[in-house]
Write a protein that binds this ligand. Structure first.
Ligand code: ATP
Length: 239
């Protein structure tokens, strides 16, 4: 990782009332990378993504995207700038069809041609969604809803895709498929920051990773190096 980072967090602190959730996080994501943010429950992974997506105020520190400070920008401005978040918990619209869910993700690219092309890209990536375009989102399986949440985030044609726990509550076989799709998304030129509790797949699927521990970066480095680290193996990979 070298050159100018696409995303740079510098000493970011976030509090929930008196609780210090992030105690000075610094990290960089370079163009073309898949970077994983791993760590135990409550370490601050989701909080970090929300801070980047402009959903939480910072107590201090800075977040830059393409060198420009992000702090204070509204979420729709971040989307326009090229940052798209696929949130945890498959936050799709259950009563809307797959197609309608995808179309809602495209609110900045509503012309018919771009919409058609982007839906085509998403269904190439997730053929299951293509087969279920008229099905209501709420009737999809957990894994399919996760695909839809990622697909909807892609409809904004982001430069940087933020993914929150794509493996959450999903059968192991589908987890593999989703991470294969994440690699394809990266290969198509989208930079990815992925929060993941499944340390094994996160390290196997990313270039670099940061390990969060109670609101601080405890370790960082190349994912294949971290996967062999005895401390990481003991704490997160079951020995
Ligand atoms: P998980 O993997 O369980 O989702 P996480 O690493 O994403 O965990 P966060 O959700 O970022 O962790 O939470 C970090 C800390 O901040 C936790 O101690 C959590 O209880 C606390 N926290 C999160 N949201 C709030 C909130 N709205 N109000 C108060 N505390 C919060």
């Amino acid at each position: 990782a070298e050159g100018t980072p696409l995303l740079a967090l510098d000493d970011v602190r976030v509090n929930y009332g008196g609780i210090k959730a992030l105690k000075g996080i610094s990290l960089q994501v370079f163009p073309g990378e898949i970077v994983a943010l791993i760590g135990a429950n409550g370490a601050g992974k989701t909080t970090t993504l929300k801070a980047i997506a402009g959903l939480l105020p910072l107590a201090s520190g800075s977040i830059r995207f393409c060198g420009e400070p992000l702090v204070g920008k509204a979420t729709e401005d971040l989307v326009a700038a090229g940052i798209s978040l696929a949130p945890e918990g498959r936050a799709i619209f259950p009563n809307l069809t797959v197609r309608e869910n995808l179309e809602l993700g495209a609110y900045l690219h509503r012309d018919a041609k771009t919409m058609r092309e982007t839906i085509e890209d998403v269904t190439k990536l997730f053929p299951r969604l293509g087969e279920r375009m008229t099905q209501e989102g709420g009737t999809l399986s957990g894994g399919e809803q996760q695909m839809l949440a990622i697909g909807r985030a892609l409809m904004a044609r982001p430069t940087l895709l933020l993914l929150d726990e794509p493996s959450l509550g999903i059968a192991p076989k589908l987890v593999q498929q989703i991470f294969e799709a994440i690699k394809q998304i990266a290969a198509s030129g989208v930079t990815i920051l992925v929060v993941e509790q499944n340390t094994r797949i996160a390290l196997a699927s990313s270039h670099r990773a940061y390990v969060l521990r109670t609101g601080e970066i405890a370790l960082s480095g190349e994912s294949k190096v971290l996967a062999k680290d005895p401390e990481i193996q003991a704490a997160y990979l079951g020995g």
